[in-house]
Design a protein around this ligand. Structure first.
Ligand code: C5J
Length: 260
């Protein structure tokens, strides 16, 4: 997050994305790529998510577009922040309501297929290998759904002069949405990457994206990774975007134009 650690290519020049509900403008120097909870327990076969009966392929398809954007951000020196949802090993930061609700067979803190479920330091809690952070990229451990709750996320962003967030990750309607809502209330301008997010429930994914851009951008903007990529890195190779665009991601949502 140290602005001095940016490579010289990071720029203050304004970039524009053909986004929904209307073009999104950002300057790379004051923008962060935020990657929400791309953890083994949510994404990988044999993890917590699958043990609950979810089809994790709905989330694993998100990895390729996010990786394309992550590499573009690294090439150009854009700030990157990774988040992980999870708790202290003593579960001292886990409210009883979160542990007990839903009456699942496996609870947070129990021994699961990839270690103790959503506990920091466990294999399942960590980020998938394809999106592993590199030195200098902060990993924000959060006990809640939103990245601002009980963390120093806002302080990190403000200290680095960040005003705009490009948000990817899982799940669209839970941790991505909560984080974007929190960011919106704090004055950050958010763009959510449509094929860079995913949900175990495809219709929730679609609806959550439409909710972001509804009412002329009530929470922000949405765009595909292929639309966003050239704005992050104008030198990106066309095949990078093509590979991302051909990934079997959820269909692009119809914008909602309802006025309030
Ligand atoms: C996230 C969840 N990361 N769905 N968590 O969305 O419980």
């Amino acid at each position: 997050m140290d602005p001095g650690s940016h490579t010289p290519t990071v720029t203050d020049a304004t970039r524009e994305v053909d986004a929904r509900p209307y073009p999104y403008r950002f300057a790379p120097a004051s923008t962060a790529l935020v990657i929400i909870d791309m953890q083994r327990d949510f994404l990988e076969p044999g993890g917590f998510g699958e043990s609950l009966g979810n089809d994790v392929s709905l989330l694993t398809r998100v990895v390729a577009p996010v990786r394309t954007l992550l590499h573009a951000a690294r090439r150009t020196g854009m700030t990157v922040v990774h988040t992980r949802e999870g708790h202290r090993p003593d579960l001292g930061d886990l409210p009883a309501s979160k542990r007990l609700r839903g009456n699942p067979t496996l609870r947070i803190g129990d021994e699961g297929p990839r270690g103790r479920v959503l506990v920091r330091g466990e294999e399942g809690h960590d980020l998938v290998d394809a999106l592993a952070p590199i030195p200098g990229e902060p990993v924000l451990d959060k006990p809640g759904k939103g990245a601002f709750y009980a963390t120093d996320f806002e302080l990190l962003l403000r200290t680095a002069g960040i005003t705009h967030l490009l948000v990817c990750g899982v799940t669209t309607e839970v941790c991505v949405h909560t984080t974007v809502r929190e960011a919106n209330d704090r004055g950050f301008e958010c763009l959510v990457v449509e094929d860079g997010c995913g949900s175990y429930v495809p219709e929730f994914h679609e609806t959550a994206l439409r909710m972001i851009a509804a009412q002329n951008g009530i929470f922000g903007w949405t765009a595909t990774s292929a639309e966003l990529l050239p704005a992050i890195d104008p030198g990106a190779l066309p095949q990078d975007a093509a590979a991302t665009a051909s990934a079997p991601s959820a269909a692009r949502p119809e914008p909602v134009t309802t006025e309030v």
